[in-house]
Design a protein around this ligand. Structure first.
Ligand code: CTP
Ligand code: MG
Length: 175
């Protein structure tokens, strides 16, 4: 049982790490091209194309590399790790869309939304890509424990990674 849970958590790494890698690759043209609606940006300068694709691709590759080790993580080579990483990046974009519409500025700390937008996006994309594997790994039987542990660990992980990014000068805020 613990091995199954550990493998489920390791398999989820592309989703966990994508946003942090986006910070490293970010910059350049914002994804909303500066468009404003009702004097509020659609997404804001914190969502860039370079960050989106840099984070999505590099985190996907990391998952593929993990799968090449003797651990057998995914039933397909590319589908799941990239669904998790790009789903994570897309959830993050949706989170910013909600933040901007609600009047929160770029970088403003919004608990729950900031920490779980990418979880929602990654599990949704994984579900669309390969429902059977996603159900088995995160939503059925032992998989539910894996999900529970992830949901509990995510805020702390998110916080820790962001503090590191802030200390390294990659991020403007420690959240
Ligand atoms: N980033 C990026 N492109 C993305 C996601 C993130 O360039 N698609 C980079 C940006 O430099 C961003 C940093 O990663 O500032 C941190 O991401 P995040 O905390 O999600 O953005 P915020 O700047 O806090 O903006 P928001 O309020 O919209 O979340
Ligand atoms: Mg932020």
């Amino acid at each position: 049982m613990w091995e199954t849970i550990a493998l489920g958590i390791i398999a989820y790494i592309p989703a966990l790490i994508a946003n942090s890698l986006a910070v490293v690759f970010g910059g350049g043209k914002p994804m909303d091209f500066g468009v404003e609606i009702n004097n509020k940006r659609l997404l804001g300068d914190g969502k860039t194309w370079r960050g989106f694709f840099g984070g999505g691709i590099s985190a996907g590759i990391l998952g593929v590399l993990l799968d090449l080790t003797p651990m057998s993580l995914y039933p397909s080579y590319l589908l799941i790790p990239f669904a998790l990483s790009f789903g994570s990046m897309t959830g993050d974009v949706l989170g910013s869309l909600i933040k901007r519409r609600s009047g929160w500025k770029r970088g403003e700390n919004v608990p729950i939304l900031d920490q779980y937008d990418f979880v929602f996006g990654s599990l949704l994309f994984s579900m669309i890509a390969l429902p059977s594997w996603t159900m088995e790994t995160y939503f059925k039987g032992v998989g539910l424990y894996t999900l529970l542990i992830l949901l509990i660990a995510v805020p702390a992980l998110h916080r820790a990674v962001n503090v590191i990014g802030y200390k390294l000068g990659l991020k403007n805020e420690p959240w």
